[in-house]
Design a protein around this ligand. Structure first.
Ligand code: ATP
Length: 398
């Protein structure tokens, strides 16, 4: 047996000083939120009445992935809770990831559980087993007992199975379900057409204010990463590493999440290569990994048909090299054959067009209009922006 030596393990992480700063769940403080001053102040204005004991406006935030929607919503909500507290108003906020809690019951359970403290209220909110209406009743009782104001953030709101919870939340005050507590909803979506699908009554009450968050440019992404460079030990980051990661992430839709992921992965690659510094070359490898992760995250919770449409386009792209993409009719043909294979009825051409539009909004694909002359009229072509190999791999996982 070899003699025990002291150097079998490295006792200190040679690359990261505080890796947490690069975790996606990390909520950076004010000094570290870059380029969102206007958005933060608009959101604050919308929910501000809560501090005077009045109802906050309901808000819908749109924007592509990684544009800081969740971050700003949580940040403003936390600030509202703190400021309200200083004014003697008891406030709280609940965060629901609707991609995970897709049903009305799951979502209302999550909200009730997160605002409850059973020692104070004496109310239990079990994980499951109650009817939807019982969860609501408990939620209303908890809110009236504990808070003057509550904000409910519904992230990826378009992933909810239906509008029922939105109806309940937006009408809780009016319908007399809660009497002492004021409630505001902040809905977040990266699907611009989401509102068109909403019930008219929900739409008018939920969309009092709407904000669109634009993508970041390379300078903003660089600032966002610079503000977190203390995640690394001193002197470990090569000077060109962050600018390179920013340039890559800006070219691919200005997504801060991807930029931060690239930086974290580049650090991990340095670690596993035993390199004392995070070199610019690691950024390229890190990007491939971030790309796969990002795409997996993007389509998390998406419907089977939305995936079949993408799969059709990936198959076309892998077997042909049409530089300017494929016509809707061609994509539809392949989509129909995938549906047959999957034993599923295909959707109408019109629905498939809508699904393609949603993918285009998320920059998964690019659409271009073409004119076929008087005989043909105009038509649209679709092209994958993601690597078709990555798309196929992720879509055929498990
Ligand atoms: N302006 C910013 N300053 C600092 N960090 C940011 C900024 N914007 C985004 N980030 C960071 O980028 C990551 C993604 O941001 P966030 O989750 O808010 O994006 P999002 O728009 O909600 O995206 P998605 O639609 O994918 O949920 C988070 O780790 C967040 O902390």
């Amino acid at each position: 047996m070899p003699e025990a030596t002291d150097d079998l393990f490295t006792r200190e992480d040679p690359i990261f000083a505080n890796k947490e700063l690069l975790e996606i769940s990390h909520l950076p403080g004010e000094g570290r939120i870059v380029g969102r001053d206007n958005e933060i102040s608009d959101l604050a204005t919308a929910v501000n009445p809560a501090i005077f004991g009045q109802s906050p406006s309901n808000v819908l935030i749109y924007g592509k992935t990684g544009t800081g929607k969740s971050l700003c919503a949580k940040y403003v909500s936390q600030r509202l809770v703190d400021t309200a507290g200083e004014e003697g108003v008891t406030a709280t906020f609940a965060y629901v990831d609707c991609a995970q809690d897709t049903t009305e019951t799951q979502a209302v359970q999550t909200i009730a559980d997160s605002v409850n403290d059973s020692e104070i209220t004496g109310i239990k909110v079990p994980d499951k087993g109650l009817s939807t209406s019982t969860y609501y009743k408990r939620l209303w009782r908890i809110l009236d007992q504990r808070f003057n104001v509550v904000l409910i953030i519904l992230d990826e709101i378009d992933k909810l199975d239906d509008d029922d919870i939105l109806m309940q939340l937006s009408r809780a005050g009016e319908a007399g379900k809660i009497t002492d507590c004021k409630l505001g909803v902040i809905g977040i979506s990266n699907k611009i057409q989401y509102k068109d699908r909403m019930d008219e009554r929900v739409k008018s009450s939920l969309c009092e204010r709407e904000f669109v968050f634009p993508p970041y440019d390379a300078n903003q992404l660089r600032d966002i990463m610079d503000a977190r460079s203390d995640a690394f030990r001193d002197g470990v980051l090569d000077s060109s590493t962050i600018p390179r990661a920013a340039a890559l992430a800006a070219r691919e839709h200005g997504d801060a999440r991807k930029a931060i992921d690239i930086l974290r992965y580049a650090g991990e690659i340095a670690q596993s290569n035993g390199s004392p510094t995070v070199k610019e070359v690691f950024v390229t490898q890190a990007r491939e990994r971030a790309e796969t992760d990002r795409f997996r995250e993007l389509i998390r919770g998406s419907t089977p048909h939305s995936r079949y449409v993408l799969q059709a386009l990936a198959l076309l792209s892998l077997s042909n090299s049409h530089k300017d993409g494929f016509r809707t009719s061609r994509v539809y043909e392949i989509y129909e054959s995938i549906c047959r294979q999957e034993g599923s009825d295909s959707l109408s051409l019109r629905r498939v067009r809508d699904l393609l539009k949603e993918h285009a909004f998320l920059d998964i694909i690019e659409q271009s209009k073409h004119s076929g002359g008087s005989a043909e009229g105009s038509y649209t072509k679709h092209q994958l922006l993601e690597d078709p190999g990555v798309v196929k791999e992720v879509l055929t996982e498990n």
